[in-house]
Design a protein around this ligand. Structure first.
Ligand SMILES: *Cc1c(COP(=O)(O)O)cnc(C)c1O
Length: 416
């Protein structure tokens, strides 16, 4: 007789790290809905609705806006493996951990990868990117929008125009920003973008919303190949090199999500329900109000931390509103504070990677978790943990400052 483990009973946590974050209960409810066959008209209607919702979220007319099954990295791989043929030159302006990831994946696609590096905590100017494009003449520019590892958001307006001028395809990883700040795909001329659910979309990890335009669709069509067994008799393969992955072949995914509904994988039914509901909730709130909620939380968190005598990390002009980097004060053991936050208060905050390991904490205010009460609870808990670990802030200073930010927003007349 093998031993049975206990029933799953995860401890309730307040997830205020850089993701995953607490899932909206309405998304969890959607995930408990009954299975449908993947070609049931009721299900294909949900697929089409999801595509339409994604177009609104990404602010695009792109026909090709759908889900890649898997976490955010699945969307990144689908985009890069479908765009990059072996030997293609790919430029990655790298300002954090996820820039390295793009370079790594592009390398596995056997691209000739050129990275442009910056100190963590800063971003690139459009001029720096244009100069590098002129020097290296890449076919693809792959860049992260918001890099949670450094809390910075790379401004993208203008980069798309530069890429069009030099006939470069622009791919953007918007995992950490989609739903938390504007990702204006058409206005910014982004050719291909991917994201995940577990940041500002308040869903679980496991589905990657992507969008791409006809420039990308043309590249993919030239590489088109359909697997034997489902290939129509009259189908002729494209001339360009076949895409190196079956699962992430955007051409076959387009045939599955498009009118031909050619069988590929079985769409992850419950994850589609989750994504559809997660995106629907953001749109129901309204994009602008949702972005404003994230900005307000960022103002409150940064005011609170500053009032506690802590230093914020990175170039504040380019800080993402949904995650805040804060310098671990000298003499304080950062992991001891994080441990206390989790074990005594049930609150998760993040550490960081690479050059920032042990130097900063990251406090996320993303999606469903991005609420006044969570901000205040987190600051109050942090004050106590810091004091017990040897750093004393003025009692109440953090919560008072954050609350003042919320009060001002709640009663704009208080400003007058
Ligand atoms: C969180 C994050 C990811 C995460 O990818 P997963 O496969 O979902 O773990 C990727 N890119 C960026 C920019 C992120 O912030």
């Amino acid at each position: 007789m093998s031993e049975l483990f206990g029933e799953l009973n995860p401890p309730p946590r307040l997830l205020m790290g850089p993701g995953p974050v607490g899932v909206d209960p309405r998304v969890l409810r959607a995930m408990s809905m009954p299975m449908l066959g993947q070609f049931d008209p009721a299900f294909t209607a949900y697929m089409n609705e999801t595509m339409e919702l994604l177009r609104q979220l990404y602010r695009t007319k792109n026909r090709w806006s759908f889900l890649v099954d898997g976490t955010a990295r699945a969307g990144i791989e689908a985009m890069l493996v479908s765009l990059i043929a072996p030997g293609d030159k790919v430029l990655v302006p790298n300002f954090g951990r996820f820039g390295y990831l793009l370079a790594e994946i592009a390398g596995r696609c056997r691209a000739d990868v050129i990275t442009l590096d910056r100190d963590w905590g800063t971003v690139f100017t459009p001029d720096e990117i244009e100069t590098a494009i002129k020097t290296h003449k890449p076919r693809v520019l792959a860049i992260v929008h918001g890099d949670t590892s450094t809390t910075m958001a790379q401004p993208l307006a203008g980069i798309g125009d530069i890429c069009r001028r030099h006939d470069v395809l622009l791919y953007v990883d918007a995992t950490a920003t989609l739903g938390g700040m504007d990702v204006a795909v058409d206005a910014w001329k982004l050719d291909a973008v991917s994201a995940g659910l577990q940041k500002c979309l308040s869903g679980p990890p496991g589905s990657s919303p992507v969008t791409f335009n006809e420039r990308v669709a043309d590249v993919v069509k030239a590489r088109k190949h359909i697997e034997a067994g489902i290939r129509p008799d009259d189908f002729v393969d494209g001339n360009a090199p076949v895409i190196q992955s079956n699962y992430f072949d955007l051409g076959m995914l387009m045939d599955y999500w498009g009118e031909s509904r050619l069988n590929h994988h079985t769409e992850a039914t419950s994850m589609l329900y989750a994504a559809r509901e997660a995106v629907r909730l953001v749109l129901a709130e309204g994009l602008e109000p949702c972005f404003a909620r994230h900005r307000l939380a960022s103002d409150a968190v940064t005011s609170g931390l500053t009032a506690m005598g802590l230093d914020l990390f990175g170039d504040q002009a380019n800080k993402m509103p949904n995650v805040t980097g804060v310098v671990i004060p000298a003499g304080v053991d950062g992991e001891a504070v994080r441990g206390m936050m989790l074990h005594d208060f049930g609150i998760e905050i993040g550490t960081s990677f690479g050059p920032l390991r042990g130097k900063i904490w990251r406090i996320g205010t993303m999606g469903y978790v991005c609420r006044k009460e969570n901000v205040l609870i987190c600051l109050a808990a942090l004050e106590t943990c810091l004091r017990q670990c040897g750093f004393s802030a003025r009692p109440g200073a953090g919560v008072d400052a954050a609350l003042a930010v919320y009060r001002t927003a709640e009663r704009p007349s208080a400003l007058l």
